[in-house]
Design a protein around this ligand. Structure first.
Ligand SMILES: NC(=O)c1ccc[n+]([C@@H]2O[C@H](COP(=O)([O-])OP(=O)(O)OC[C@H]3O[C@@H](n4cnc5c(N)ncnc54)[C@H](OP(=O)(O)O)[C@@H]3O)[C@@H](O)[C@H]2O)c1
Length: 307
């Protein structure tokens, strides 16, 4: 999927659609510019918030499927495009593929998935299976999951990118202990993306890997933007401080996401959610103002004693 001017206008129309349904937060979105991120290797613009699908695990429970479907619909109509999944998330690729075809938006999302085999032939079979399950002739982003089998998988991935099967290549980890190895991979291979763990609960990435990504022109997907929910527990029952109005954040989730998005122009959190109202809340962080350097420090100071 390439975000064209046409698509951008559709994104705006999507915000208007929700406004018509009477949602006050998206009444704001209707008049505000959506925040986009830039993929440095091509200059392509993509919406600055994506979605993670680690918990899209059952394709047999009708109630779960209905909830997953509504979540993806709300994500899309709210302007969301980047969907991150993996063959390691149970039935997630099956569920996502089925639902996107059913909703009719398979060609209008930016699909990111992963591969994690040490053996190159097994990796080829696994990636072919991802094509079968997700559908379509192209996967936007293929990532080596947790740096497993990096050299073998990148060889195939580079060849398939040449053939047009993938548009972008990347590597992932949620474990800061793997960042030194990831930095080495970034120096040796022409990556479009890395995917790492970065949030107010874990700022290790600021020390070295995020600056390196900026220097080398690599886009960053951020997993665990809520530290798997730990951040919400830290602020439980606390009202939003006055300064959140200065960054147009109307929920704690939007504070946490806007903190990440304000790090650079090429960083994209992929909050995991299986609930429509959470998808809507999270996409609300892709409109309005972002915190400046002073406000980022204020957020850090507020959160530090709570974590
Ligand atoms: N090594 C890797 O490659 C790697 C590792 C980890 C994760 N990932 C990717 O990154 C994605 C994100 O990580 P994650 O899902 O583990 O953790 P996360 O995004 O930090 O947190 C997800 C949790 O936050 C809740 N949540 C989401 N939006 C919310 C909101 N607006 N308000 C309150 N709660 C909210 C979700 O619950 P509900 O479902 O109830 O909304 C879920 O319990 C994954 O889904 C996966 O795609 C990749």
């Amino acid at each position: 999927m390439t975000i064209s001017r046409r698509t951008f206008l559709e994104l705006s129309a999507g915000a208007g659609f929700i406004a018509a349904a009477g949602n006050w937060r998206d009444l704001r979105a209707e008049t505000q510019t959506r925040i986009m991120a830039t993929i440095p290797s091509t200059g392509e613009q993509v919406p600055a918030i994506g979605i993670g699908t680690r918990d899209y695990r059952s394709n047999t429970d009708a109630a779960d499927m209905q909830r997953f479907r509504q979540t993806l619909e709300v994500f899309h109509t709210s302007g969301g495009r980047i969907i991150d999944t993996s063959p390691n998330y149970g039935e997630a690729e099956t569920v996502i593929g089925e639902l996107l075809r059913d909703i009719g938006i398979r060609d209008d999302v930016f699909m990111a998935t992963k591969v994690d085999r040490e053996d190159q032939q097994q990796g080829i079979e696994r990636m072919n299976r991802s094509f079968e399950l997700l559908g379509g002739d192209q996967i936007d982003l293929m990532q080596v999951h947790n740096l497993r089998g990096t050299e073998a998988e990148l060889e195939t991935m580079k060849a398939w990118k040449e053939q047009g099967r993938f548009r972008y290549l990347g590597v992932t980890s949620h474990d800061p202990q793997q960042y030194a190895e990831m930095e080495d991979v970034m120096r040796r291979h022409p990556l479009d993306f890395i995917q790492i763990n970065y949030s107010l609960a874990n700022r290790v990435a600021e020390k070295s890997i995020l600056p390196l990504a900026r220097d080398r022109g690599v886009a960053v997907l951020v997993n665990l933007p809520f530290a798997r929910g730990q951040l919400f527990k830290a602020v439980a029952r606390r009202p939003l401080p006055d300064w959140t109005a200065d960054m147009d954040a109307y929920s704690w989730g939007q504070v946490f996401l806007k903190y990440i998005v304000s790090y650079s122009a090429s960083i994209i959190p992929i909050p995991g959610t299986t609930k429509p109202h959470h998808a809507e809340d999270n996409m609300g962080a892709a409109v309005g103002r972002l915190p400046d350097a002073a406000l980022r420090r204020e957020i850090e100071t507020y959160m530090a004693p709570l974590l």
